[in-house]
Design a binder for this molecule. Structure first.
Ligand code: NAI
Length: 250
């Protein structure tokens, strides 16, 4: 296969949020390798990333104006930025609950609202959910926000379908990043116990799916939800994850 032929995203302008590290950084690299013109963004303003706080309507508006000026069109958006907060149901404070929702749900909403107007037919939006969006995962703010993101994704697929814009959601399981590294060791061990493949995943095992969903190879796939989780959510039981963490105490 020629080099030109193998680049599946040549000519596409793609925005990735939360791209300073972890899955977002890997996605930005993989999309670039496939020929996309990637605008990597992050709230930290890390080197190589344009500053964008996904919770800011104003910053999204500024980014959209810049992209319109520079490229005229945007063909892809990866709503990857996300934060977790591990307070349980009885302890979570409403300001933390709202903060998590602002990043994990309002962020993707604003991204879609500001960039969809710049998207021609054939464009693609990928929302990064979580295995928490398919289960009763114990960190209630995170879990509720990721379930809400599923609803947003379904509505967006419905609304944008007539314009030829696809919207899909991916649900990573336990992926080795700084987010998961910040959890207690018992969290990792319990996830491995619940995962049929018996191990954690890597960012490199998520990126091929994101590339596929942004490419024309997935041209008839929209409103779909695809788990990348080693089978974690396939068997429907994650109780031991919660039990193991409860035994550890706060
Ligand atoms: P991470 O914590 O390593 O990276 C998240 C990035 O998002 C960071 O660079 C951070 O600066 C950025 N960010 C945070 N708040 C932001 C804001 N307001 N605006 C813009 N950027 C912001 O996390 P990781 O693991 O790479 O996660 C990426 C996505 O995957 C998140 O949506 C997360 O919820 C989801 N996910 C992660 C899993 C995992 O096992 N690592 C499992 C399931 C889902």
């Amino acid at each position: 296969m020629s080099e030109l032929h193998s680049k599946r995203l040549l000519g596409k302008v793609v925005v990735v949020t939360g791209a300073a590290r972890g899955q977002g950084a890997a996605e930005a690299d993989a999309l670039t390798r496939e020929g996309a013109r990637v605008i990597a963004t992050d709230v930290t303003g890390a080197p190589g990333c344009r500053r964008l706080d996904v919770t800011s309507d104003k910053e999204w508006a500024e980014l959209a104006a810049e992209l319109k000026e520079a490229y005229g069109q945007v063909h892809g958006l990866v709503n990857n930025a996300g934060i977790t907060w591990r307070a349980r149901l009885g302890d979570v404070r409403t300001d933390d609950f709202h903060r998590v929702h602002a990043v994990n749900v309002t962020g993707p909403l604003l991204g879609i609202q500001h960039l969809a107007p710049l998207m021609p037919r054939g464009s693609s939006i990928v929302n990064v959910g979580s295995s928490a969006a398919l289960t009763g995962h114990y960190p209630v703010a995170y879990t509720a926000s990721k379930w809400a993101l599923r609803g947003l994704s379904k509505t967006a697929a419905l609304e944008l379908g007539p314009r030829g814009i696809r919207v899909n959601t991916i649900h990573p399981g336990y992926i080795e990043t700084e987010m998961t590294a910040s959890a207690a060791p018992a969290f990792r061990e319990a996830n491995i116990r619940e995962t049929p493949l018996g191990r954690t995943g890597t960012v490199g095992e998520v990126t091929p799916l994101v590339v596929f969903l942004l490419s024309d190879d997935s041209s008839f796939i929209t409103g779909a939800e695809i788990a990348v989780d080693g089978g974690l959510t396939a068997h429907g039981g994650v109780k031991s994850v919660s039990d193991a963490l409860r035994a550890e105490g706060p």
